[in-house]
Write a protein that binds this ligand. Sequence first.
Ligand SMILES: *Cc1c(COP(=O)(O)O)cnc(C)c1O
Length: 430
Amino acid sequence: MVFVSTRNKDIKKSLSEAIENGLAADGGLFVPSYFPRIDLSIFHENDTFSEFAFKLLSIFFKHDILSEYLNDFCQAAFNFPLIIKKIDSNTNCLELFHGPTLAFKDFGARFLAECLNKIADINKKKFTIIVATSGDTGSAVASAFYKKKNVDVIILFPKDKISLRQKKLLTCWDNNIFSISVNGRFDDCQSLVKSAFKHEWWTANKTLTTANSINIARMLPQMAYYAYSSLLHYRKNSSKTGFIIPSGNFGNAAGAYWAKEMGFPIREIVMPTNANKVLVDYLESGIYNPRESITTLANAMDVGKPSNLERIDNLFPRIGSLRKNVTSVSVNDEKIKETISRVYKKYKYIICPHTATGFYVRDMLPKNDWTIVATADPIKFETIVESIVEKKLEVKKHLQELLDRPCKYNEINQNMEELIKLNCKGGIKS
Ligand SMILES: *Cc1c(COP(=O)(O)O)cnc(C)c1O
């Protein structure tokens, strides 16, 4: 299979090239050149998720240099469970947060880590990933790439702008992971990353790449879990489920649209957002108007310029077909708090602020079968959730182990020379 740019079908790359490049040369995002109709009989009832993902993703890896390793990648990357909880007679919750950093991003980041490390190995290269983070992405990437021998990771996070627990999860690493606290805001970290890609010292000394959600290797596992859980639901109930996917950058939900395109039994897809309502406005007015993000309780969805919308747009290029296939609702902080409280009282089920946007919209929708996606473990947002449910949340063992490790990081101002100097002091391995 070849992969093409969302902006120009004539820009074609193999899968491994698309993974290595991240972004297409014209600034577009890579998407599969087509979505083959799936033959559901290739899947068995007792396939584990990693066996299922291997069968499905083989279609996209065909003829690529990585194809012979795909089975190993799936076994290694998806070594934690995906849990479907029944909430009531027509609602399930798909918990995607049982990976090492307790959010769905573990699926994509771990799969990307396997792919990039192997690409480096085959081509006798070494990559340096540089990533700016305000929370979930950085910890998923750090954990996924930890001790991968062909890839170093530099994480820039804004000093004093993240929670203590988030900071712990970004700085509890060593070996090939370098965490740097930047005296500034998230946007300052992001602009350091952007300028590194154009800076002569970096281009002369490192092969830089990114690990953000535009990478096609992060998208493929997300398609796989929607395909898998829709098929489980179909076998059990003989009906198609709809998915409610709390969204920010729309990468997670784009995976669900791809699974639906292939013919997996998905009825419809709804994408609630927090107060950042670019998509709601776009659907209403037909005009795409990106803007600065607003800070909310569901901070991993605080995105004002959602890049993966381009992949959904690519499927439904006319506003009419977009409106027919895409539903979004904006949920403000007040409603998020109310919903966490209400869901706890009604079902004794504790949810994170992101997942709360999903439960909120379910009650506005017709009483069909719905699967609400739980994107993060509430324990990561304990400062918000504990006071609402008036209960102390239990810290699971593997999280406690990470929290108990010492914090290791360097501190710099928003200054390229300081970042480069760290390298000379041995802060960043050469
Ligand atoms: C990243 C993230 C989201 C948003 O996912 P997108 O793919 O950006 O739409 C939602 N919830 C949590 C917990 C996240 O970490």
